[in-house]
Design a protein around this ligand. Structure first.
Ligand code: PPE
Length: 293
């Protein structure tokens, strides 16, 4: 269950959590016509600090542009609104969910007729794939569902409706007894996990699929690439097939919610306990987000 916080920002006002309601004929509820972000604020000595807020809000606008949604606020206003909502919660650390959705007014597939609404909610959210997973690694399954082709649904956008694809994969993995699903693209190359980007370690170097393989432009992915670069570890974007995952020295996934989560098993092939590079990147990431270096 979501742990409620104090207030949710809705179109310019902070409203009490229980009053943050919408009409059942909200366009996005029927057609998945919204875009969103997932951000984290971390506890630091100076109070909560939002990690890469400007980058997340910039991606929200790019997602909206892809779907021709005009957000009726400036990025600066949403950055301020995010900070205001975090402050109002009184939480030392939280997950932040900005959502741009098409509201009540019209039905039918033309989204251009609907009003554009914005909400920002915050709540405490622990380890996305479990505390045990962060420490010891998770078990993953390559899904029989494929990640969508960019000319069908654009993986570059974080659109609400496109997460139906992730959910099909997630349910399949969970029902088969795994923690999380990995999706291949229509060509059979590794794209990403249901809610994370994926990395492998091979002979001391880090490899991740290119965005053209169907991965979201992950902000944590970008942080990992920078951390690895600072450590002098070679980082490459390369096409990966499923057996590259099975035979990797280490595998980890990353995302705002999942942070850096090691993968210990894929399709019943053992990768092993979290490896040295995964642990190093994890350690630096955890320090960086809390402003400790
Ligand atoms: N790929 C997908 C499909 C994805 O949803 C996420 C984030 C990422 C990669 C990593 O992106 P980034 O957070 O910028 O590093 N997934 C968000 C939603 C999770 C959810 O269940 O909701 C998140 O981590 O906030």
């Amino acid at each position: 269950m979501i742990e409620p916080s104090e207030k949710i920002w809705m179109d310019g006002n902070l409203v009490p959590w229980d009053e943050a309601k919408i009409h059942v004929l909200t366009h996005s509820l029927h057609y998945g016509s919204g875009v969103f972000e997932g951000i984290r604020a971390y506890e630091t000595r100076k109070g909560p600090a939002v990690f890469r807020l400007t980058d997340h809000i910039a991606r929200l606008y790019r997602s909206a542009k892809i779907y021709t949604i005009e957000i009726p606020y400036t990025p600066e206003e949403l950055i301020e609104a995010t900070k205001e909502t975090v402050r109002a919660s009184g939480l030392p650390a939280c997950y932040i969910r900005p959502l741009v959705y098409l509201g009540y007014g019209e039905m039918g597939l033309n989204p251009l007729l609907s009003p554009v609404n914005v909400s920002i909610a915050v709540w405490p959210w622990g380890a996305y794939l479990g505390d045990e997973g962060v420490t010891h690694g998770v078990r993953m399954k390559i899904s029989s569902w494929r990640r969508h082709d960019p000319n069908i649904i654009p993986p570059a956008a974080k659109g609400t409706g496109q997460y139906i694809n992730s959910q099909l994969a997630k349910v399949e993995a969970i029902k088969a007894g795994y923690d999380e699903a990995i999706l291949l693209n229509p060509q059979g190359l590794v794209a990403e996990a249901s809610g994370e980007n994926i990395f492998i370690v091979r002979e001391g170097e880090i490899i991740t699929p290119p965005l053209s393989a169907g991965a979201l432009i992950g902000i944590t992915r970008d942080s990992v690439i920078k951390i690895a670069g600072d450590l002098g570890i070679g980082v490459h974007e390369a096409e990966l097939v499923r057996t590259d995952l099975y035979t990797a020295d280490e595998v980890f996934v990353c995302g705002t919610a999942a942070e850096i989560t090691p993968v210990r098993e894929i399709d019943d092939r053992v990768i092993g306990d979290p490896g040295p590079l995964t642990k190093k990147v994890q350690e630096i990431f955890h320090a960086a987000v809390r402003g400790v270096s």
